[in-house]
Design a protein around this ligand. Structure first.
Ligand code: SF4
Ligand code: SF4
Length: 446
């Protein structure tokens, strides 16, 4: 087992980490397959309102890659198809039947799995709606099945403070995880399983599967960081990656022959003292996952991590890759003479505030605490970037429409962690600009 020490990262001490308590919230009346958070697809509907579907029935496909289908996370009747601005498909909602039925994709025994070819396994995973679980670096798009990768990275832990713990979601699921690993091993010659050095206590069964322990703060456990620090050739940059829970889902799919809907998430609503693990299902309504009511003018609902996730309305649904839900106050108050305040309560990367002396966790809100100003060349963004980009120079190159220059600054290595924007005292939207430029480059190149 190798150890990777990532020095450029940031350790947060934030209030609201999920407790060990696990609640079951799998029984919901409806589920939604959220489409607008799946990157780089152009959906084409395959069902219409009032159609009856099973768990695993394809609801839409990608127009540019029609073989890529997105499976229903519930069995019942299509009750709504929601479109956003410019008729972009947002979500497909299923009202769930009491006795949900499931599509049968066929089971694979251990000996079937040992003898199946990579081509047939890929077909099986695509038909069963499992292919969107696997993403490719550096663009984080759904992988191209026609080009197998040099390696697949599985990071079972996340560094975002509000993610489910691997020892909790792996409990009772280790055999599915092993089956998923065996399947991924058919697609490449190198499968790496990474666990956080600080937070994971590995069970005996898991310890023999882990290939790397990663030490460091956020975002040391991002697969892009591991690739950056271990790559030996440019070919390694196009590795694939998949989350620990998705490996379990692939194992479950192969063993049962059914599309698996189970998902463990971390729910954090610190102001209501409601921070726990929740066993639920893909596409569950967000409002069913928290207790209490929250004024939509005061609170934001964030899924997918507080630095790289996205904000939603209370009537939204859990996305296919979401493993966390955070309810944060969105303060919008002007602080009089804020520059004179000692800043005891303000988490900060710089040591300009007296909060450096504070030992208890900080509370989180979504306020910027200031507005964008000119860059003061302080170098904070460079000091935290885990992949050695100079974010301020890449940002300026993108601003001047010099994409080649931004690529030379390492734009494609960006792991989209958001740390540079978080630490910037001038509130410059560095990561948002870099991520948008990366996505534009992918679309134009494609
Ligand atoms: S440029 Fe910013 S968002 Fe990208 S990896 Fe570096 S710190 Fe993270
Ligand atoms: S952290 Fe902000 S102000 Fe400092 S160098 Fe980077 S972009 Fe400029």
């Amino acid at each position: 087992m190798k150890t990777l020490r990532i020095k450029k990262s940031f350790r947060f001490d934030l209030a609201g980490r999920p407790s060990d308590r696990v609640e079951d919230c799998s029984r919901v009346g409806r589920v939604g397959l959220v489409c607008d958070r799946i990157p780089f697809i152009r959906p084409k509907m395959l069902v219409k309102p009032d159609d009856r579907v099973k768990i695993g029935t394809p609801l839409f496909e990608d127009k540019t890659r029609p073989e890529l289908k997105f499976a229903s996370p519930g069995g019942g009747i299509v009750s709504a198809v929601n479109f956003g601005p410019r008729r972009v498909l947002e979500s497909v909602v299923i009202a769930i039947d009491d006795d949900e039925s499931r599509e049968d994709f066929g089971k694979l025994s251990a000996s079937d799995l040992a003898s199946i070819s990579a081509h047939d396994l890929i077909r099986h995973l695509i038909n069963g709606g499992m292919w969107p679980c696997i993403r490719a670096l550096p663009f984080r798009n759904i992988v191209d099945p026609g080009r197998l990768p040099p390696a697949i990275w599985i990071n079972i832990d996340g560094d975002d403070p509000f993610q489910p713990r691997s020892d909790i979601y792996l409990k009772d699921n280790l055999s599915f995880f092993e089956t998923g690993l065996m399947a991924l091993g058919k697609l490449t010659k190198a499968v790496y399983v990474c666990a956080a050095a600080e937070t994971s206590s590995l069970s005996n069964g898991l310890a023999k599967l882990v290939t790397h322990r990663i030490s460091g703060g956020y975002p040391a456990n991002d697969p892009g960081v591991a690739v950056y620090h271990t790559r030996k050739s440019s070919e390694d940059n196009r590795a694939w990656f998949i989350g620990g829970q998705d490996v379990i889902r692939i194992g479950r799919f192969l063993v049962s022959g059914n599309y698996p809907t189970e998902q463990m998430i971390a729910v954090s609503a610190p102001e209501a003292n409601d921070c726990r693990h929740v066993k639920t299902r893909i596409g569950a309504p967000l409002a069913d996952l928290v207790t209490g009511t929250y004024d939509p003018t005061v609170y934001q609902w964030i899924t997918g991590g507080i630095f790289s996730g996205s904000a939603h309305r209370r009537d939204g649904f859990l996305g296919i890759n979401d493993a966390s839900l955070f309810v944060a106050p969105a303060l919008r108050v002007r602080e009089l003479f804020s520059f004179l305040r000692p800043g005891f309560d303000r988490p900060s990367h710089s040591r300009a505030f007296l909060s450096v002396l504070k030992r208890s966790p900080f509370s989180v809100d979504t306020d910027m605490h200031g507005e964008e100003r000119a860059c003061i060349n302080c170098g904070s963004c460079t000091r935290v970037c885990p992949v050695d980009i100079l974010p301020q120079f890449a940002y300026k190159a993108i601003y001047a429409d010099e994409i080649e220059e931004a690529l030379k600054h390492g734009l494609l290595d960006c792991v989209e962690c958001g740390l540079c924007a978080y630490v910037c005292p001038s509130k410059i939207e560095l990561s948002q600009t870099l991520i948008a430029a990366k996505q534009r480059y992918f679309m134009e190149r494609d």
